[in-house]
Every structure is written in C-alpha cells, then in structure tokens.
Design a protein around this ligand. Structure first.
Ligand code: FAD
Ligand code: EPU
Length: 345
C-alpha cells in the first residue's frame, strides 16, 4: 500500500509496519457510527481497535480502522460497593492505578495489562487468579446497524476463559462504548497465584498485591514500547482428563490445572519450552527468552515472520504432545478478521 496511506505501526503493540486506507480517532459513540456508515456506503471493511495489543495484522488493511478513544470515568459510592462507569477508550492500567489511588481495591491483580477498558470484556482479560468477569457489572454496546445502544449484564456477556459474547453473537457490527464495574468494599486479596502466595492474607494491602503483580509481570513479559509483542500468543489448552493423565505419566512435572467442567488446562508456555523453543528465531520474529508463550518482534519482523513462527511452534508442540495450540491473538487480514487456526495449520 502506498506511503500516502496512514501507518498503523504505533497502533499495534507488535509494531508491525502496516497501513490502512483510513485511520480515524473516535472519541464519541456518534463518531464511531459515522465512520461505520461511511465505510458501509463505500463497501469498505471496517475494524475497531483499542491499543492493538491483541491483534496480528496479516496485511495492510483495505478499509477504515477506528481507534476507540471514548473517555470518562464516573465513580459512585454505595453502602457496600463502588460502582464505576468507564468510557471504552480509557486505558485499562491507568484505571487500575487511579482506583487504587482513590482507595478503591479489587483491580490490583489485573495491573499492567495493556489495552483499553472497552476491550477488556472481549476476551475477559485475566491474570493472577482474577478475571474481568469477577468485577464486571455491565457492558454498553452500540449496534452499528440500528444506532441503538444496549446494556448487557454480566450474565448476558457469557464470560469464559478468554471468551465472551463479544467473540460470537456480538462480534460483527457492534462497538463497545462503556464498561460498568462493581467493586466490593469487603476487599479480600486473591493470593493464589505465583509470588502472591508468599504474601500474608492478614496483612497484605491492595498496594502490596499491585506491586507484586507488577514485579512478576516485568520479570517475564516484554514491554511493548521496547519489544513488540501481544502478550500470550496462544491460549492455554484444555484437554480431556484421559489425555492429561497420559501426559502426566510421561511428564510428571507438567503444570496442569483441573477445571470445574472436568477438563484439564495445560500451560502452553511450558509445552513450548519443553520443545526447546525459547529464543528460537525465524526471520525477524522470535520466541521470548523469559516466557515461551510470548512471540516477539525481535527485529523488524513482517506479519509473515510472525505467522511462520506461530505455525512452527504449533507444529512442534502438536508433534511432541498431540496438543494443538490455538492463538489467543486475533488475526486481521486486508478485509477483516480471519480464522487464526486455519492460517497456522
Ligand atoms: P485491541 O487489540 O485493539 O482489540 C482486540 C479485539 O477487540 C480486536 O478484534 C478489535 O477489533 C476488537 N475491539 C477493540 N475495541 C473494540 C470495541 N470498542 N468494540 C468492539 N470491538 C473492539 N490479556 C489478558 O487477558 N491477560 C493478560 O495478562 C495480558 N497480558 C498482556 C501483556 C502484554 C505485554 C500484551 C501486549 C498483551 C497482554 N494481554 C493480556 C492481551 C491484551 O492486553 C488484552 O487482550 C486487551 O484487552 C486488548 O486490548 P486492546 O485495547 O489493545 O484491544
Ligand atoms: N512456563 C514454563 N516456561 C515458559 C513459560 C511458562 O515452564 O516459558 C510454566 C511456568 O513455570 C508455570 C506455567 O508454565 O508453571 C504457567 O506460566 P505463567 O504463570 O507465566 O502463566 P501463563 O499460563 O503462561 C497466563 C495468561 C497470562 C497471564 C498469566 C498470569 C493465558 C494464555 N495467559 O500465562 O495472560 O498474565 O497467566 O495469570 O492464559 C495474555 O493473555 O496475554 C497473558 C499474558
């Protein structure tokens, strides 16, 4: 695509040198609607982005990219909880910090996750024992075909592991415009994961949890401002109890997390690590040395470099363990979203 088209290099945390026909910053729902209607009239593809921290552009985008920058945070105090209404274009981590500063606890385990607040419900962001679903009260969603906004309750969002209704029924033709959070005043620290288990539940403060989470994340995850990445590239796979038992007898040290549904979640990072892929490089793309689940833009990677690397990682893990990883990251082609598994199979 010609250089006269706007660059999206600063709008995707992989830092890929991608362009789009139109790049629009929207700070109101009406601006999103207008951009969508214009794209429809010209029969052009349309996509919304927050900070581009969970997307892999496969190619230049042959249409309109709208960056959601709807701002505004409104906090209301109730007897037993805090109700927070957040514009979809507020930065998630800044929200976590500002609530802590106000003496409002509950978001500290979700510190340092890049992206916008309005993107958080889409894959039900999660880290260190907490998921968005634990604090979400509602999501406001604009139907771009009718111009009407609906408020979906927490239950209606159908949250699952890295999943929600916004990846299914509400995926195409909808824009998330705001998020409602409910944070209980009866704060109980969640200290079940990693270094957090070393904190004393009787004395740990929300700030202690926040600091420990930030320390753990900084030691493993690359800062996208320095090294392009999209966090975990793949989801942690769910396998049957039988398959988990077979793998456990061959690899007794394998991390495994039995789920309420009867299936067992495995650690994709461990599986990749066991294939000796840490630091493995293909073109400008590489497997991160500190966390094998993270693929990085090591040196001016192309989209194709990242795709080839993901394909190699999936094949190597599949051949060794018969576990077939699925990307967490959304693959965006010139015309819109593509099936990520098909592309790397
Ligand atoms: P984008 O990447 O811009 O968009 C993601 C998808 O949502 C796209 O398909 C886009 O079209 C769609 N979309 C964006 N905005 C809207 C909207 N307003 N309405 C409708 N659709 C929209 N995730 C976790 O869950 N846990 C983690 O611990 C975690 N750690 C990470 C660490 C790093 C270093 C990085 C780079 C990423 C990490 N992620 C993590 C992934 C990522 O931060 C989250 O998925 C985040 O919620 C994405 O937000 P975003 O605004 O960047 O979304
Ligand atoms: N492991 C290895 N080698 C590696 C990486 C991990 O052996 O290279 C092992 C670890 O030692 C640990 C296990 O695998 O026993 C799990 O690793 P870790 O605690 O780092 O977490 P993860 O499963 O790799 C998940 C989320 C992260 C989230 C962290 C913390 C997914 C796909 N990823 O990572 O989310 O921050 O837990 O809760 O569920 C993201 O979604 O982008 C993301 C970063």
């Amino acid at each position: 695509m010609s250089h006269q088209y706007p660059s999206l290099q600063a709008d995707n945390t992989l830092g890929l040198a991608i362009r789009a026909h139109h790049r629009i910053i929207a700070d109101t729902p009406e601006a999103i609607l207008t951009a969508w209607q214009r794209a429809e009239r010209h029969q052009q593809p349309f996509i919304l982005l927050g900070e581009g921290s969970n997307v892999l552009f496969l190619d230049d985008f042959a249409g309109t990219v709208v960056l959601n920058r709807i701002k505004g945070i409104n906090i209301q105090e109730q007897d037993d909880s805090w109700k927070i209404h957040v514009g979809a274009g507020e930065n998630w981590h800044a929200l976590v910090e500002s609530t802590l500063r106000e003496g409002i606890a509950g978001l500290e385990n979700l510190a340092l996750i890049p992206g916008m607040a309005g993107s958080a419900p889409i894959q039900n962001i999660g880290a260190y024992g907490v998921e968005l679903k634990d604090v979400c009260a509602y999501v406001d969603v604009l139907d771009l075909r009718t111009g009407e906004t609906a408020r979906l309750s927490q239950q209606e969002c159908a949250f699952g592991y890295r999943d929600s209704i916004f990846k299914h029924q509400y995926q195409q033709g909808y824009a998330i415009t705001a998020l409602g959070l409910s944070l209980s005043k009866q704060w109980r620290p969640v200290l079940t994961y990693g270094d957090l288990t070393r904190l004393n539940p009787a004395t740990a403060t929300p700030q202690d949890v926040f600091d420990a989470v930030c320390r753990m994340r900084r030691s493993k995850l690359p800062d996208p401002r320095v090294t392009g990445n999209v966090g975990s590239f793949f989801k942690n796979p769910l396998v049957s109890r039988e398959q988990a038992d077979r793998l456990m007898s061959a690899y007794p040290d394998m991390p495994h997390y039995p789920q309420a549904c009867g299936e067992v979640k495995l650690a994709a990072g461990w599986l990749i690590d066991q294939c000796q892929l840490k630091g493995f490089r293909l073109g400008g793309a590489a497997v991160h040395q500190q966390q094998a689940l993270v693929l990085i833009n090591a040196d001016q990677a192309s989209s194709q470099d990242i795709v080839e690397l993901a394909r190699t990682v999936r094949a190597r893990v599949g051949q060794k363990f018969d576990v077939w990883l699925e990307p967490e990251v959304r693959f965006i082609g010139a015309q819109g979203e593509c099936n990520a598994v098909e592309i790397i199979s």
